[in-house]
Design a protein. Structure first.
Length: 454
């Protein structure tokens, strides 16, 4: 467990296979490390060039003038054994293997993976991968990804730690988070997970001061019992997206990471019983993660909706009931208070329909009254940002007020709407384009709050 910290907080990093040619994976991995805010020394290892991105290149890791904490390996699998045997001389503590061509590829690849694991155990270093994009940590500046910043803007510092068997899903989560102004503490793509697995990472992240929520994408299991125990023992919320629901999905999972999937329904039942939230798809996985990240704990189930376009509230009302939440039936007192501050055309029920004529002032007045009412625990705003009477600075006005109660926003639309999400998330108000994900996020935050994990 001690050496796991070097994946995230090394002092020295060597990129084996750092190419001088843009577009090559080794070049992009090295460029990511150099471009980030990593404070330590980064060494390109390449016997064919004198320098990479202005930094002196070394023929082998043995030629580097100091010991190396973390190696990022980006050469073909067939070259790995010879190079891995050099690591002991430089006291290497951790290795991220970006390259594929191991267990997931062939029987010979299985043997290669077993041999590098034997070397790692003999020489005392840990491995993430093979067949992964590796680690992104905005706090330390470690960034092994070969996706350039121009194609994948990095998320800001935050408190969501993502562990993913799929590099694609890890990258997608980062892209969405960056676009919506949601922060991460770590993103860890584990690929074939020949050595370090989800259970060890959950234990590590449970003690990480930068992490509030752990989000885990799983296709298959190496040690399901150990994973379940790590989730049960974790003091932080764990959100899990389980794939391989069918025999076809399991078959694809095996070709993807070389691991066989287990029975989905059994795995889902076990993991839920350990206290995790099970997401139905990738978008829900992301949406629930950001909600738990942004919000403080709350346990009340009484929901009041406020809208300037009531159509989505019909769908929301069904889901609120299905998820065991409760639609507030406003008392005469609450109705009277709302009538005092709202225009005469507002329909005061649940939802409070401000109609398409709603202004920022109407929304804020309605939210103020509901936030002060003991009848209401949760406020859901269903907003049509496209409607002209609603001022451009509505979200800014909303963000300046501390309402003391959780607010969730649903808004469907294109670029103009998505730009509002950035400001909402800055104010710790989660926003959604999917009603079901909004309601399931409410449910998840309540469940984790009741378990004392938020």
């Amino acid at each position: 467990m001690d050496n796991i910290k070097y994946f995230f907080n090394p002092q020295t990093v060597a990129v084996v296979g750092a190419s001088s040619k843009p577009g090559k994976i080794g070049h992009e991995c090295f460029k990511s490390m150099v471009r980030g805010n990593f404070r330590g020394n980064v060494y390109p290892i390449n016997p064919s060039v004198q320098e990479v991105l202005g930094k002196k290149a070394y023929p082998s890791i043995e030629d580097v003038p100091e010991d190396i904490d973390l190696v990022i390996y980006a050469l073909p699998a067939k070259d790995s054994i010879e190079i891995f045997n050099q690591f002991k001389k430089k006291s290497v503590k951790a290795v991220i293997i970006i390259s594929g061509g191991f267990r997931e590829f062939s029987e010979n690849g299985v043997l290669l993976e077993e041999e590098i694991l034997r070397i790692a155990k003999r020489d005392g270093f840990r491995i993430i991968g093979p067949n992964c994009v590796g680690v992104f940590d905005p706090y330390s500046g470690v960034d092994s990804l070969f996706q350039p910043y121009e194609r994948l803007p990095r998320p800001k510092k935050g408190n969501i730690a993502v562990i993913s068997q799929s590099g694609t899903f890890a990258v997608t989560f980062m892209d969405w988070a960056s676009e919506e102004n949601v922060g991460v503490s770590k993103v860890i793509s584990i690929g074939n997970r020949s050595d370090v697995d989800e259970a060890e990472l959950i234990h590590f992240l449970d003690n990480d001061p930068n992490t509030k929520v752990i989000s885990l994408y799983v296709e298959s299991f190496t040690n399901g019992r150990r994973l379940a125990e790590s989730i049960r023992e974790c003091g932080k919320p764990v959100i899990v997206f389980l794939a391989s629901r069918t025999s076809y999905g399991a078959r694809v999972a095996k070709s993807h990471t070389g691991r066989m999937a287990s029975n989905y329904l059994i795995a889902k039942d076990v993991i839920e019983n350990c206290g995790a939230f099970i997401a139905e798809d990738l978008q829900q996985f992301y949406d629930v993660s950001k909600s738990v990240s942004l919000l403080k704990n709350f346990v009340g189930k009484n929901v009041m909706m406020i809208t300037n376009g009531a159509g989505p509230c019909v769908v929301a009302a069904d889901l609120i009931s299905e998820y065991g939440l409760k639609m507030v039936e406003p008392s005469e007192k609450l109705v009277s208070l709302l009538r005092q501050v709202l225009p005469p055309y507002a329909i005061i029920s649940n939802p409070i329909d401000l109609t398409g004529s709603a202004t920022s002032k109407d929304f804020i007045n309605a939210v103020r009254v509901c936030a002060d009412s003991q009848e209401v625990d949760i406020i859901v705003l269903s907003i049509v940002f496209q409607d002209v009477p609603l001022e451009d600075d509505f979200v800014k006005q909303l963000s300046l007020i501390d309402f003391k109660k959780p607010i969730f926003v649903f808004a469907a639309g294109g670029q103009y709407t998505r730009e509002r999400f950035i400001l909402l998330h800055e104010s710790n108000i989660p926003a959604f384009q999917n009603i079901k994900n909004l309601v399931s996020s409410i449910n998840a935050v309540i469940a984790f709050s009741r378990k004392g994990k938020i």
